[in-house]
Design a protein around this ligand. Structure first.
Ligand code: PMV
Length: 323
């Protein structure tokens, strides 16, 4: 028997980085998913197939103390997430059985779309079920958060894992996490083919915030943008949402987490008629998200020399699900 689950990726409509200092943030699940298929083995080993994580496909066997030797550090990190997720599921079900896990994903790695959270949530969900257990959303989101925090040396917020678990638009502020009522959002994503180093980017903001009072004010201003954005979201006011996304991007630039390629894609999307655009996630490279109601932002992004791929994305109201 095999058991499969999938979980959505996400964009930040507002609030990345500031959320680390207790300001609210609004991530939104998108209709691009990662999936995990899990099969119990006769032995006690863990085997991971990850055809989507590298060009040539990838299979890794984890023995007791076998170090994983993979060149691409993003792929190595992704394997660490899968291993952590399986261990968490086994501990939860009180199981020791070996498992073969196949991970597939439509989300680029480390690019601000929550790929690792989606992989961890889908893997725990599928592995628990394959081992005969049952897990509710609270327990799943908490376990997925702990796996991410372990792999990322404590530098993880609960936003991505909560969003991948419950889907939709969510509001995260410290320990408080909840679903928001949100209209359909005409989102467009542009990807420059790169990824930023989240740990370094978060550390850079921390340093600027400690050094300059105005950088601390900038972090608080992002919190104000999010609070304003929450109202615009419940009023389905696309124009104001776009304006606030532009504002948020400007504040993130001031905090030093954008990149030339991200700025160029943001401008391409705006010039293509988007109501607003911003980077999503840690920054430094990766993805931008635009709100485009009737414009031609995707085409404008595709024409931008720095953009590797652009796609339309809808708000996905469904979180983790059995496949
Ligand atoms: O790049 P992502 O999708 O992992 O998002 C990082 C968001 C930060 O606010 C920069 C860090 C965090 O853990 O909240």
């Amino acid at each position: 028997m095999t058991t499969s689950s999938s979980a959505p990726g996400k964009v930040y409509l507002f609030g990345e980085h500031a959320v680390v200092y207790g300001e609210p943030a609004i991530p939104c699940a998108i209709d691009r998913r990662a999936s995990a298929t899990v099969e119990r083995r006769a032995d006690d080993r863990l085997r991971v197939h990850a055809p989507a994580l590298s060009l040539d496909g990838l299979t890794v066997d984890f023995g007791d103390d076998v170090a994983v030797d993979v060149d691409d550090e993003r792929v190595a990190a992704a394997l660490g997430y899968v291993r952590g997720a399986v261990e968490s599921a086994r501990e939860y079900v009180d199981g020791t059985a070996g498992l073969t896990v196949t991970v597939e994903s439509d989300l680029p790695l480390g690019a601000g779309l929550g790929s690792s959270a989606a992989v961890v949530v889908a893997t725990i969900h599928a592995a628990v079920r394959e081992l005969g257990g049952d897990i509710d959303d609270d327990e799943l989101a908490e376990r997925a958060y702990r796996v991410e925090a372990d792999v990322q040396d404590g530098e993880a917020s609960r936003a991505d894992t909560f969003c991948a678990t419950v889907g939709g638009a969510v509001r995260v502020e410290g320990e408080d996490r909840r679903r928001l009522d949100a209209p359909d959002l005409p989102l467009v994503v542009g990807y420059d083919g790169r990824s930023g180093n989240t740990g370094e980017l978060v550390a850079g903001v921390r340093q600027r915030r400690e050094e300059y009072g105005f950088a601390a004010d900038t972090v608080e201003a992002i919190g104000d943008v999010v609070r304003e954005g929450e109202g615009a979201l419940s009023d389905n006011d696309t124009e104001t949402l776009g304006e606030l996304m532009d504002f948020d991007h400007g504040l993130l630039c001031a905090l030093g987490v954008s990149a030339r390629s991200l700025d160029e894609m943001v401008w391409a999307a705006r010039e293509g008629g988007a109501a607003g655009a911003k980077l999503t996630g840690a920054g430094g490279g990766g993805c931008v998200v635009a709100l485009d109601d009737g414009g031609d932002a995707r085409r404008a992004l595709e024409l931008s020399p720095v953009c590797e791929t652009a796609f339309d994305a809808a708000l996905d109201r469904e979180g983790v699900r059995a496949e």
